[in-house]
Design a protein around this ligand. Structure first.
Ligand code: GLU
Length: 456
């Protein structure tokens, strides 16, 4: 049996971290087993679905490299098919028209709540369907009244729900539009889904869906309900926790492979290994390794992961990745050091591509002034002699290398018999405008002889 998995987002917002993680798990599982991964756009909620959200989903998946083998399918293009299945259920007696008014349902709910029960449709039209003229009925699924549904979940183990707890859910609204629980079953059936991997916020829907699968005589997929992601405050991850759109991470200078690695660890583990190459992820990922408890999103850990990926990446590749971020910042990389040489020095010091650019501005543009505190503290009369001596030593360097810059620094402090700080501190402020930069020899080397002399 070949594995088929899916990612079926509702296009009512951007692709967020939680969605990306379920997409990744489904993708990994299909790829690992040589199966098919399907993208399905669940756009039947026409009021809330937007073109921009569909595009945001495509962009996010593409940036993360989550390629799909089939689709994108759109549910709004399959309405005929859903209607066919609803008619089939009506015909075989597994669904019925319901004419109950909103008022009746509201009263029913109120009474049930008053007597301390769970609100639930009472099956009024199931037992005596009275056609009401002028009313467009909804269609309800006839949920079995007795027995129970057992979900064999890869994460939760066996979950048993009594049918008595489930009411007859609406599968078509009065305007004929099918509802989520119906469309998802029809699609998963038609598309031959073998594994449904999704957030555990859908666990309530699963027994209802299983009953519909059964009524249709379809083969049940296996289920894996992934626990939710919490913010560091223990609350469900939301916009409040900062960037939750996947593309925001692209804008903020994260590497997609680092985000993927972070996401795979967010809710899945393999011993205490943190860093996984793409091949390792594919080899080791397994539904049974999904954690049973909620995971907590940590921006610091993601930053750490991103830095690890930047450090491990060959300089030439990292240079290609960071170049667009220099362009976005309006910097011309041709007027400064070669990017490959720059990233070799900077990657140890920063956590994102954006930070790499921000920490390198002084290499590619004129100094925009000096840090006020550093200016006051370092540019004193006593700094003139060391800086002039350094300037002279630099003039003498004919072969511009970091090593020769280093030797010139050394020779200057020895000649003047001063501590390194007397030269190093004002020199750094002169060259970079502030007090943080790579080592001085590297900074001078990257700046080039001309700019170094000019800034001193
Ligand atoms: N469209 C649903 C959602 O975005 C899909 C849920 C499912 O995986 O069945 O939550």
């Amino acid at each position: 049996m070949s594995v088929v998995t899916r990612f079926p987002p509702s296009p009512t917002g951007y692709l967020h971290i939680g969605g990306a993680r379920t997409a990744l798990f489904s993708w990994l599982y299909a790829k690992k087993l040589g199966g098919q991964f399907i993208l399905r756009i669940e756009d039947t909620d026409r009021e809330r679905s937007t073109e921009e959200s569909v595009q945001a989903i495509f962009d996010g998946m593409e940036w993360l490299g989550l390629t799909y083998d089939q689709g994108p399918f759109y549910q709004t293009k399959r309405l005929e098919r859903y209607k066919e299945v609803i008619d089939q259920l009506l015909e075989q007696g597994d669904a019925y028209y319901c004419y109950c008014s909103r008022e009746r349902l509201d009263n029913l709910r109120e009474e049930q709540m008053k007597s301390g029960g769970k609100p639930k449709y009472d099956g009024h039209c199931r037992h005596k369907a009275e056609k009401v003229e002028g009313v467009n009925p909804v269609v309800r699924f006839k949920n079995p009244e007795a027995g129970e549904v057992v979900i064999k979940d890869h994460v939760r183990g066996e979950v048993t729900i009594s049918n008595a707890e489930l009411d007859d859910l609406i599968i078509a609204r009065s305007d004929g539009m099918p509802t989520y629980n119906l469309t998802v079953v029809v699609d998963d059936m038609d598309m031959g889904m073998t594994h449904v991997i999704r957030g555990d916020d859908h666990l309530n829907n699963t027994p209802r869906q299983i009953n519909i699968f059964k009524a249709l005589g379809a083969k049940l997929p296996e289920f894996a309900h992934v626990p939710m992601i919490l913010g560091e405050d223990g609350k469900r991850l939301s916009k409040r926790h900062g960037a939750v759109s996947v593309m925001q991470y692209a804008d903020d200078g994260f590497l997609p492979e680092a985000l993927l690695n972070y996401l795979v660890r967010l809710g899945w583990s393999h011993g205490d290994q943190e860093i996984f190459t793409a091949d390792e992820m594919l080899e080791l990922f397994d539904l049974d390794g999904i954690n049973k408890s909620a995971s907590s999103f940590s921006q610091d850990k993601l930053l750490w992961m991103n830095q690890e990926y930047m450090k491990q990446m060959p300089d030439a590749d990292l240079a290609v990745r960071v170049a667009p971020y220099f362009n976005k910042a309006g910097l011309d990389v041709k007027v400064g050091p070669e990017l490959e040489a720059l990233v070799a020095v900077q990657k140890e010091r920063v956590s994102t591509l954006v930070e790499l650019v921000q920490q390198s501005l002084y290499f590619y543009q004129d100094l925009q002034g000096y840090d006020e505190k550093a200016d006051k503290k370092q540019f004193k009369v006593g700094a003139i002699e060391p800086l002039e001596a350094m300037s002279a030593a630099i003039e003498d360097i004919s072969d511009w290398t970091a090593q020769n810059c280093h030797d010139a620094l050394q020779a200057t402090v020895e000649k003047l018999e001063i501590g390194f700080g007397k030269l190093g501190l004002p020199l750094r402020v002169a060259l970079t405008g502030a007090t943080a930069s790579p080592s001085l020899d590297q900074t001078m080397f990257l700046l080039g002889k001309g700019k170094t002399l000019q800034r001193i």
